[in-house]
Design a protein around this ligand. Sequence first.
Ligand SMILES: [Zn+2]
Length: 288
Amino acid sequence: MALINNYNYTQFGFSENQNRELCELASKKTGLTLFAGIAGCGKSYTASKFAENVRQNNQDGIKAVSVEDPPEYPIPYATAVPVPSDNTDGRAYSRAIKSAMTGEPDVLFTSEVKDSLVADYILGSVLSGIIVLSSIISSSPFLAFNRFKKMATKDMGDDTLLINGIVYQSLIKKTCTKCSKMVTAKAVPEEYAEVFDRLESKGLSAIRVRNKKGCFSCYEGTESRTVAAEILTITPEIYKALMAGDSLKARELFLSGGGKTIQDHALEKVILGEVDPSDAEKKVGHLG
Ligand SMILES: [Zn+2]
């Protein structure tokens, strides 16, 4: 019996609902989970934490291998298969995945899917019935699916077990709690006028803005960074729509099923005063 809600992703900035979704994804016994975002969005870090969660769900022991090029966050329980340094054309990386699979692991952890060779090895690994965690450069979870599908030359069929979910994320500067300030309609700085108007029409009466000069306990008004995410759990209907190339329909199904967009998540953080709306919009686009 899979354990649900046994890991705390909220410590990285995921919402309670996203925490539940991530825990559910990590309880799957087979299939691919993709971690998507642009470079430097923290997806590899989240993937490594997810790998820890997978381990917790398999207390009887699981055999894991990681093939990372370059290695970023070591998975303590995984055997790391080195990728030869002459990986200029990506072949050494895909060969390393192939050799990792000969050990018949239960979990395969790889870095980015960049080409057809890797996408096909990943699909082959998923079809052999194991858990695969990998990341992909993309600016939405739907585009991530399309990108993966385009790279793969193997048939992805209608088998809904192949991809369990896509965790898409970005990192937004967290405003310093000591020097940031609340802005209300009475005195909106010029540079915030436009975003304030839009957020006010969504019912916000105040926003917390970053003090770009900073204070003794921060750098330019920033304490650290926090995750804004969109988690696409793939249902059979969504899988079908994506396989048919209908991203719009897939998105409609996602939203009608209660899915929250990355903009929704970032807006929650603006409402809580955790992030400056301008910083949020720089990373995820218009909030409203
Ligand atoms: Zn400060």
